[in-house]
Design a protein around this ligand. Sequence first.
Ligand SMILES: C[S@@+](CC[C@H](N)C(=O)[O-])C[C@H]1O[C@@H](n2cnc3c(N)ncnc32)[C@H](O)[C@@H]1O
Length: 199
Amino acid sequence: MTNEHWNQAYTEKTPDQRSWTQPEAHDSLSLIRESHVCKDAAIIDIGGGASLLVDALIEDGYTDVTLLDIASAALTETEVRIGNKASYLCADITLWTPERTYAVWHDRAVFHFLTTPEQHDAYLNAFLTGTESSSHLIIATFAPTGPESCSGLPVQRWSQHDLARFFKPHCEVISTFETTHTTPWGTLQPFTWLHARRK
Ligand SMILES: C[S@@+](CC[C@H](N)C(=O)[O-])C[C@H]1O[C@@H](n2cnc3c(N)ncnc32)[C@H](O)[C@@H]1O
């Protein structure tokens, strides 16, 4: 079960033992700031885990931040840190039906765990239900030269072109670029980023 896998990743490993940990969610925060949404706009971090992005958003003055993750242990870790300054949803993104829409849909390192057309469709359906025209999409996946697996699970790596093409029927592309994440133990992981806007 995927949720057991991820709960274990959060309960059995410290942040420094998780490859995806960042000291600061710099790229994510910059792109959200560049979106110029109001401070009370709804922002959702898909698979936000224990990322410090939410802390930085709250520090920046954003007041409506939701964290969705399949691992309750990850949400608990964040809740212990920041309490009720954010909202928490424990759900599998491929099975989740949003009950509201968000001005910013952020996902760093979750979409790449979906490797079948059915999972991609389910993600897209959730995205389309959970956003509206002019909502921002900020998404980061492993790049073509990135790792073939993460946390022991296979991933699908995306080029800037293919990631943009996947969302293009529903979004205007604002930018695509590549960054390199350094894991806590010094391994380099190339990431593909897409910033787009719902048509
Ligand atoms: C590699 S971690 C990235 C965490 C965070 N976004 C960050 O940048 O630090 C992947 C996260 O996605 C969550 N996740 C994996 N599959 C998921 C799914 N199907 N639905 C929701 N969350 C999922 C995991 O629990 C984990 O927190």
